[in-house]
Write a protein that binds this ligand. Sequence first.
Ligand code: UD1
Length: 369
Amino acid sequence: MSYKILSVAGARPNFMKIAPVHQALEAEGTFDSRIVHTGQHYDDEMSGVFLRQLGLPDPHAHLGVGSGSHAQQTARVMTSFEQVMIEEEPDAVLVVGDVNSTLAAALVAAKLHVPVGHVEAGLRSFDERMPEEINRKLTDQLADWLFVTEQSGLENLEREGVADERVFFVGNVMIDSLVRCREKARKRPVLDELGIEDSPYVVMTMHRPSNVDEREALETVVRVIENLASEAKVVFPMHPRTRANLRSHDLLDRVLSSPGVEILEPLGYLDFLRLLESANLVVTDSGGIQEETTFLQVPCLTVRENTERPVTVEVGTNELVPLEPKRIVSRARRLMQEENRSYETPPLWDGKAATRIAEVLREELDQSS
Ligand code: UD1
C-alpha cells in the first residue's frame, strides 16, 4: 500500500527542511511523496536555487501566491492549496517551520480531515509580536503528528497540554540537509571569489521586521555593519526586504560604499553553507542560522530579545544581543579572539531526523488504515 504525502514548502527556510523529508519518504518505498510550492518566495535566489542544490524535483504543484500582507498571503495559500488537496486526495500533509505558508496549509488540511505532520514543532519564542510565533502555536494545535527538534519543544508542548502520543522527538531535519551538503559546499569557490580565504570575516544577515522595517532600527543596523567592519571583513548576503528598506530610507548607498563591507545578493544554499562553516563569527536575526552555526560550532550573535531555539544558547554557540552597536562589537571582538572552543551537539542532530519522520509516518498511517 502506498501513501500519498503532500509536503508543503513556500519560503526559503522551508526548502532545506523539506528536501531530506522528501528523500527519506522516497527511500522508504511505501510513499508517493509530492512537493507543493506555495510561491511565498519566488525569486530564483530565494527559491529555485535551493530546489536545484538540494536535489528536489520540480514541485508537483506551484501555487504562485507571491508577496502581500500576512492575511493576503495566508488566504491565497489557503484558497489555492484547498484546490490541490481536493484534486490530489493525499493520505497526509507535511508542513515545516513557521512561515505563513506553514499555517495556511495546515489549516486547509485539518478542515478537510487530512492528517497533518508538523516538522519543527514545539518551538516557542513567547513573543507574539513575531508572526512566526503565531504560526507555530496554531500549526501545533492543528497537527496530528508533531516532530520536535529539541528538548524545549517537548516541554512547551507538554505545558500546552498536547497529548504525548502526538509528539515525536526526531531531531533536526535542517541539520540533515547540512550534513548531506557539507562536502559539496566545501568545493564552492566563494571564499576565494570574495578574497577571504585566509582572512578573518564576519557573516551577517538581517531581515526581521523588528530590525529592518523602521528607520531607527535600520540606521542602527547600518552602524553595526560599519563598526564590525573595523574588526574584520563583513560579508552580508542581503534579504530583498532589507535591501528594499535600506533603499527607501536612503541608506543603501552608505552601506554599499562602506569600506570592508561586502553586500551580496541572497546566496544559494551551498555558497552560504561554505561561508558559514569558515566564518569567525556570525551576526544574524535568523531562526535557522542559529541552529546551523550550533552544528558547525561557529559563534553566533543573534540580534533578538528572545529565541525559540534555546538549545543553541545552552550549548554555548549562540548568544542573544540587543541591537546596540557598542555591545555587539565588544562581544564580537571578544568572541573572535577566543581560541577555537568546542561545543556539544544537541541530541539527535545527526543527519537522520528525516528517516525517523518517515518511519513514524509509516507506522501511524499503517495503524489508521
Ligand atoms: C519569511 C518568513 C520568515 C523567514 C523568512 C526567510 C513569514 C511570516 N516569515 O519572511 O519567518 O525567516 O521568510 O526569508 O512567513 N521578497 C522578494 N523576493 C522573494 C520573496 C520576498 O523580493 O522571493 C520580498 C518582497 O518584497 C516581500 C518581502 O521580501 O514583501 C518579504 O517577504 P515575505 O515572504 O512576506 O516574508 P519574509 O520577510 O521573507
